[in-house]
Design a protein around this ligand. Structure first.
Ligand code: SF4
Length: 421
């Protein structure tokens, strides 16, 4: 198995236990039996009562199971020091596969498997640990357990609706996106996203039956250069987002501002009622933004629309790395992102920029500050990326229609400019 690893990213687990507190860990039947067979004693500190594995979905003849959780949503196996009891007593290999895979994400890319990471992990955001290219054998061991062999024959995602190309050409689009985001010309990531959005719009209007191989390479270099010349370098010259664009954006941002843990599955009607009320308030955009995550304080929506003095340089570098890792790892379209084509997937990915800054402003305003810190942006990114490609709501046709609506009105670049202030 040939792995394509992001050479710009470091990661090692620093045992923060964040993933064990917010993820639902689904287990296979074999894992369920294996976990049931582990020999625990009273000294191990597991709850004296209650199951270790519980059903959570599926019909009676095809039940799906997950690890049980504690009252705060943390995994039942997480101890009071934030360590995994299975790992401590039986070794890493005894843990469910889902725990060992996180925060990696693997996607087929022709004859290779690309590796991306989930920025919901704070060590990924902070770029802490081993350079991934130096951890190749460890990553391969995990990949071999989760990536089915048949993925090497999987076709690439569509480029846009009803337009498909072969893998070599598909990867030419991906390389051009990465090169646009990597431009080392002193511009902010928001400017580079605008350039990429500019030429992605041209791709959306083009057909590629006659443009392949070296002709596609020439076409891409032409439109990438046109984007450099034509897309605004000064974001203050952009129009404000439209009224509808702002409404769609708030609804979209609300999906990223949630904190859903395994405990929420049991919260039932009350939780759903709270979410519905919050959605109505986000749609109105008046009064106080209702916190959907314990990190946020109630602050007026108006405050989040005021300039916050721009994005710190260090945070801009983190966001650049984020977008490049997602693009290189194909973590924005196809099977990694609700099976959407490349064009729609990239627009959804670009929207993560205003979402993250919106959430970072919320954190800063909640702490009584009028400027953003790198820590605000890092934390906002970890909150947002927990959902990107993983929350069912973002793959729902309503959310996809919103993204298409924002793109059709030209609001995605405007939102990037608006929140970069
Ligand atoms: S089994 Fe261990 S690693 Fe997996 S979520 Fe539970 S505590 Fe965390």
């Amino acid at each position: 198995m040939r792995l394509k690893l992001p050479a710009i990213q470091h990661w090692s687990c620093h045992s923060c236990s964040g993933c064990c507190r917010q993820h639902l860990i689904e287990v296979t039947d074999a894992e369920r039996e294996r976990i049931a067979g582990l020999a625990w004693s009273a000294e191990d500190g597991l709850p004296a009562e209650g199951p270790l594995v519980v059903p959570f979905a599926g019909p009676p003849w095809k039940r799906r199971y997950r690890l049980a959780h504690q009252s705060d949503g943390a995994c039942v196996f997480l101890d009071e020091k934030g360590l995994c009891r299975i790992h401590a007593k039986f070794g890493e290999a005894a843990k469910p596969l889902a725990c060992r895979v996180y925060p990696y994400a693997f996607h087929p890319a022709g004859k290779e498997i690309t590796v991306s990471l989930r920025f919901s992990c704070p060590s990924v955001v902070a770029d802490r640990g081993l350079l991934l290219t130096d951890a190749r054998s460890d990553v391969r061991r995990v990949a071999e357990e989760v990536v089915p062999q048949k993925t090497v024959t999987m076709p690439p995602p569509a480029v846009h609706r009803r337009q498909r190309v072969e893998w070599p050409d598909f990867l030419r689009f991906v390389d051009a996106l990465d090169a646009t985001l990597a431009a080392d010309d002193g511009s902010a990531i928001a400017v580079r996203l605008l350039r990429a959005l500019f030429w992605i719009d041209l791709v959306d209007q083009s057909r590629f039956e006659q443009i392949a191989g070296s002709r596609l390479r020439d076409f891409l270099s032409l439109i990438v250069q046109a984007a450099r010349d034509e897309a605004p370098a000064d974001l203050s010259t952009l129009d404000e987002p439209t009224r509808t664009g702002r409404l769609y954006f708030r609804m979209h941002a609300a999906q990223y501002a949630r904190r859903d843990t395994a405990a929420d599955l049991d919260a039932g009607l009350l939780k759903r009622w709270r979410l519905l009320r919050a959605a109505i308030r986000f749609a109105r955009g008046r009064g106080e933004a209702p916190p959907l995550h314990p990190a946020f304080q109630p602050v007026p929506f108006d405050r989040l629309e005021q300039p916050f003095g721009g994005v710190p340089d260090e945070a801009d570098e983190i966001l650049t790395r984020y977008f490049r890792v997602k693009v290189q790892g194909l973590h924005f379209c196809g099977p990694a992102y609700y099976e959407v084509p490349l064009v729609e997937g990239f627009r959804s990915l670009a929207l993560v920029y205003p979402v993250v800054i919106f959430l970072a402003r919320w954190l800063a305003a909640g702490a009584g500050r009028a400027t953003l810190t790198t820590a605000d942006v890092s934390q906002a990114l970890a909150v947002a990326d927990h959902h990107h490609g993983y929350s069912a709501a973002l793959g729902h046709r309503t959310a996809r229609r919103r993204v298409r609506g924002m793109a059709a009105q030209g609001d995605i670049p405007r939102l990037c400019g608006w929140y970069s202030r």
